[in-house]
Design a protein around this ligand. Structure first.
Ligand code: SF4
Ligand code: SF4
Length: 319
């Protein structure tokens, strides 16, 4: 897919089948036709191997450390990472969430130099290390939503709840709506509803009544729609996805190794980015996963044939 296609899919368009495959991809697809039994046998062998949680564990360690650094900086007054995930200072350098900063400036109709510097630093950081990597490697809501997702999956397996897929375009509409509201009313309403800011501040400064809203959101995800906030609603995730669309840090797909059984799509919170893993879809033998990918690594851990791996464009494969 082209860069513009990738962005259109992020904004809510359904992924389209590739119009043409490269010659190498055609050969690889051709080789796989009629090999169902062989693949089943291969997967039986691979399924016996212990499941890996390597990337999930690395990610949780980083995410928890970042958020605890906020807590200890405040409690011990050591001024390493001050503030919260919405706006902070790391060793004196301003960091500010890009979308939230934009809303504040729109509502105040004033360009605040600190917010511009903080947003530019964050933009550079996440532009380099992977757009929505913010979501799965730093965002505290992502972590609690993963735990809520486990509960949702257990209840769904028991037939108590079922998942309802919403339209991803809702996220783009909310993005525009909150921006327009901030400009028109002079109030950044989103900041009141933003579960990332609410949870981050609760962790650092203590709980508030706003936590009730976060619990409601999580309950909605458990009983009605798996990972609804991160998949269909969060304008912050959308912002980092679009701004990081050209980032060099990617998950890369290898068609030749793939068995097409779909373990990756089962664990992915944004499975539309893994459409190329469906038999016959990949346009090339190597395909970069699209910018809505949070680089969580769950598919890398789950894939029994190592068909999905982290890569930094221009550098060797990550371990
Ligand atoms: S990429 Fe997905 S479908 Fe292909 S082998 Fe890996 S888990 Fe299975
Ligand atoms: S494609 Fe893989 S790394 Fe990206 S969000 Fe889905 S599971 Fe995570």
């Amino acid at each position: 897919m082209s860069f513009l296609d990738d962005v259109a899919v992020m904004l809510g368009r359904a992924p389209r089948k590739a119009k043409r495959h490269t010659d190498a991809a055609e050969i690889a697809h051709g080789r796989k036709r009629g090999k169902g039994l062989e693949v089943t046998r291969l997967l039986e062998v691979l399924a016996a191997a212990p499941k890996s949680h390597t990337w999930r564990n690395r990610r949780w360690a980083v995410l928890i450390s970042v958020n605890l650094l906020f807590v200890f900086s405040f409690w011990l007054d050591i001024q390493v990472l001050e503030g919260s995930l919405t706006a902070s200072r790391f060793l004196g350098f301003h960091l500010a969430d890009v979308y939230s900063s934009g809303l504040i400036m729109l509502s105040e109709k004033h360009v605040a130099v600190n917010l511009v510097i903080g947003s530019a630093t964050v933009l550079l950081l996440w532009g380099l290390i992977g757009g929505r990597s913010f979501c799965s490697w730093a965002c505290i809501y992502h972590l609690v939503a993963e735990w809520a997702e486990s509960l949702h999956l257990k209840l769904a397996a028991a037939g108590i709840v079922s998942d309802h897929v919403l339209h991803r375009g809702i996220r783009s509409l909310l993005w525009v709506l909150f921006a327009a509201l901030a400009f028109a009313t002079g109030q950044a309403l989103f900041l009141t509803l933003n579960p990332i800011g609410i949870l981050s501040r609760a962790l650092i400064y203590g709980p508030s009544l706003a936590l009730g809203w976060v619990l409601l959101l999580l309950a909605f995800e458990v009983v009605y729609s798996r990972r609804a906030w991160c998949c269909y609603l969060c304008p912050i995730g959308l912002t980092y996805g679009v701004l990081g669309a050209a980032t060099p840090v990617r998950v890369r797909y290898n068609l030749e190794r793939c068995a097409h059984e779909g373990e990756c799509r089962k664990v992915c919170e944004v499975p539309h980015v893994l459409e190329m893993t469906i038999k016959g879809r990949a346009p090339d033998t190597r395909v970069d996963v699209g910018p809505d990918c949070t680089r969580c690594g769950l598919c890398v851990d789950a894939c029994p044939t190592r068909s999905l791996e982290f890569e930094v464009k221009g550098l060797s494969r990550l371990l």
